[in-house]
Design a binder for this molecule. Structure first.
Ligand SMILES: C[S@@+](CC[C@H](N)C(=O)[O-])C[C@H]1O[C@@H](n2cnc3c(N)ncnc32)[C@H](O)[C@@H]1O
Length: 268
């Protein structure tokens, strides 16, 4: 049996790596990473057997799909050679990571391949921290910018929106150094303005990923989003707060006021 552990290392791994994540790394014969060269010294301090840098498989300017294919191929190859490997994933492996879906799909059709997802602290966690926001308090939906536009998904202005991959609108290439060159953010701007209006605010959030570098939150209005394209980098998520509207379901409000919902369990 060949085993691959997809280990979520959180946003700031030195702070976020979980006990489960550390145990998974220590249990693996080889630990591979494709996008964190700066983490090498810290990884070295964790007492891991072997660490392998496969960052050359993640080409800036390359097609997204080619990059995923190269990375998945390198990890599966290492797993077949060594029997047991871990692959580092930023944040949580199940949030916006195409490679995770590929690994899981392979395991579903290969009895000899076992893929384990080890959860990590995601950008949803750190963004809510950076904005001092409880996302349930005023409701929030999470969207991928390209799927939003492709599927013309209906937004409700009474719910907030977290827009992922805002640095790669309308492009299928990986441009992590200068994403603004290919980013068609004006298309996203138009779509959000249709729902929220051009004077409505957005918050562009970059959570902390490196010790000593503070999180960055910049604000603007949706009508001018495209003017800020250069500040929207690979690690930026947009938060659009909900439009607060008066008007509630009066019957449901009476139910809450009467305390019936709270006492029902005691009566049954
Ligand atoms: C490929 S997804 C990876 C998400 C990651 N698995 C997670 O759990 O947060 C990349 C997207 O995550 C968001 N992201 C990544 N790093 C971030 C950061 N430091 N702060 C805020 N959002 C970030 C951005 O929307 C970016 O386009």
């Amino acid at each position: 049996m060949t085993k691959i552990r997809l280990v979520g290392i959180g946003m700031l791994p030195q702070r976020d790596l979980t006990a489960g994540g550390l145990a998974a790394l220590r249990a693996s014969k080889v630990v591979l990473y494709s996008s964190f060269p700066h983490l090498r010294p810290w990884l070295g301090s964790l007492g891991l057997s072997r660490i392998e840098d496969i960052c050359d498989h993640y080409a800036d300017g390359g097609k997204d799909v080619d990059n995923y294919t190269a990375i998945v191929g390198a990890v599966v190859g290492a797993a077949r050679r060594n029997g047991d490997v871990a692959y580092l994933v930023p944040g949580h492996p199940n949030l916006g990571v195409t490679a995770t879906q590929r690994f899981l799909a392979m395991a579903a059709t290969d009895d000899e391949l076992d893929v384990e997802v080890v959860p990590g602290v995601s950008s949803i966690d750190t963004i809510s921290m950076d904005l001092s926001l409880d996302l349930l308090e005023r409701t929030c939906v999470i969207v991928d910018s390209n799927r939003l536009l492709l599927l013309r998904q209906q937004l409700d202005p009474r719910a907030g929106v977290l827009v992922y991959h805002a640095s790669a609108v309308g492009t299928t290439t990986t441009d992590y150094r200068e994403p603004w060159i290919t980013n068609r953010i004006e298309l996203l701007q138009r779509y959000l303005v249709d729902t929220f209006g051009e004077d409505h605010e957005y918050h562009a959030v970059v959570s902390q990923t490196v010790p000593g570098v503070r999180p960055r939150v910049s604000r603007g209005t949706l009508g001018k989003l495209s003017e800020a394209v250069r500040s929207i980098d690979y690690g930026t998520t947009l938060y659009v707060p909900p439009i607060v509207k008066r008007g509630v379901d009066e019957n449901f409000l009476r139910l809450l006021d009467s305390g019936v919902a709270a006492t029902r369990g005691a009566r049954e």
